[in-house]
Design a protein around this ligand. Structure first.
Ligand code: G6P
Length: 368
């Protein structure tokens, strides 16, 4: 294994660091194609213009990619989008509109619940399904009319990292493509989205360079029992992903909340022993997030803030700040994924857990 790992200690660390390459490979496919339907397969030019709504089905980290995509699909394409855990959908009498595109997201393409949810959607009357998948010719893309393959390369660590960020690129491309077809994305906007994609691998590399600072935080977490992650808007699913990663590999109990929900429950948990990780990019919700942070500080909670270079945060007693790159706009959620992945990784290392093979978990869940 040491040959394959190169300078890295674990596959997870290696795969986190492979993200600039995985992203640029995936982005290349999108840019070559120029947000045209062909990106999603031979039948996409016929099917995508018929789409009146999107239903996303997935499990685990892939589900959080879906939650992120909802923001893009509704804001860029102007199409309603709902996102559901595959294992829930497959057992409920769901409403199926055949004009809605079913989008499954799966790194492996073999997750049983996602596969069964797709079959069930077809039984209910859906006829259009798109698979966002990292493994060519696996079961889920084979059962779908449309496909977008992420180019993350083989992912070995049980906790998904580079598959997640490349899924987000595919989902973003879907939102822009649908928006373009519906006349909501003009040439100038399209150019802006292309530029955002071109700059993404560089911003992700910049975020990876924060690793020594993030590692320095990990000792503060290693002895904790619980952690809270907060985000708002597009960064709320990233907070969920950060909490999931921490649970999966360090076994610290972690929860994520949209920061505006603090008062409706989680604030009761906050005291001196509760670390609160905040994703605080310099977007329209920054001032709201800052006031949520004051609510935490006022109860003695220790804040660990990932803030863009330009969001003007300073360290103070009980407030630790790591500055992520300058705000990158519409793809900010992808950049902010990197620090939460690195945090989970280093906390797990500090606790001595089996990072690549966490107890009780499997890379691909092909049983119910
Ligand atoms: C397992 C893995 C996760 C992954 C999930 C869904 O739980 O440990 O990392 O997100 O399955 O897998 P999929 O292959 O469908 O994306």
């Amino acid at each position: 294994a040491s040959l394959e790992l190169g300078p890295y200690s674990h596959f997870m660390q290696k795969e986190i660091h492979e993200q600039p390459k995985a992203l640029s490979d995936t982005i290349e496919a999108v840019l070559e194609n120029g947000f045209a339907a062909g990106l999603f397969g031979a039948r996409a030019a016929e099917l995508l213009p018929q789409v009146e709504g999107v239903k996303i089905l997935a499990c685990g980290t892939s589900y959080y990619a879906g939650l992120t995509a909802k923001y893009w699909i509704e804001s860029i394409a102007g199409i309603s989008c709902d996102v559901e855990i595959a294992s829930e959908y497959r057992y409920r009498a769901a409403f199926a509109n055949p004009k809605h595109l079913v989008v499954t997201i799966s790194q492996s393409g073999e997750t049983l619940d996602t596969m069964e949810a797709l079959k069930y959607a077809k039984e209910l009357g859906h006829t259009m399904a798109l698979s966002i998948c990292n493994v060519r010719e696996s079961a889920i893309p084979r059962a779908s009319e449309l496909v977008f393959y992420t180019r993350a390369g083989a992912e070995i660590g049980v906790a998904s990292t580079k598959a997640f960020t490349t899924q987000l690129v595919g989902l973003f491309a879907l939102a822009v493509t649908l928006g373009k077809q519906r006349g909501r994305v003009d040439a100038a906007a399209e150019h802006g989205y292309q530029e955002a994609l071109r700059q993404l691998p560089g911003s992700v590399q910049h975020a990876l360079n924060l690793e020594p600072q993030i590692k320095a935080w990990s000792d503060k977490f290693a002895a904790k029992q619980n952690a809270l992650f907060l985000g708002r808007g597009l960064h709320y699913p990233i907070a969920l992903e950060g909490a999931l990663k921490l649970k999966e590999i360090s076994y610290i109990h972690a929860e994520a909340y949209p920061a505006g929900e603090l008062k409706h429950g989680p604030l009761a948990l906050v005291d001196e022993s509760m670390p609160v990780v905040v994703i605080a990019p310099n977007d329209a919700l920054l001032e709201k997030v800052k006031s949520n942070m004051q609510e935490v500080r006022a109860r003695g909670g220790e804040l660990f803030v990932f803030a863009d270079l330009d969001s003007h945060f300073s360290e103070s007693d009980g407030v630790h700040v790591i500055r992520t790159p300058r705000h990158v706009g519409v793809l900010s959620a992808i950049v902010h994924t990197i620090p939460v992945q690195l945090l989970a990784y280093h906390v797990a290392l500090a606790r001595g857990t089996d990072v690549d093979k966490p107890r009780n978990l499997a890379k691909s869940v092909t049983v119910e």
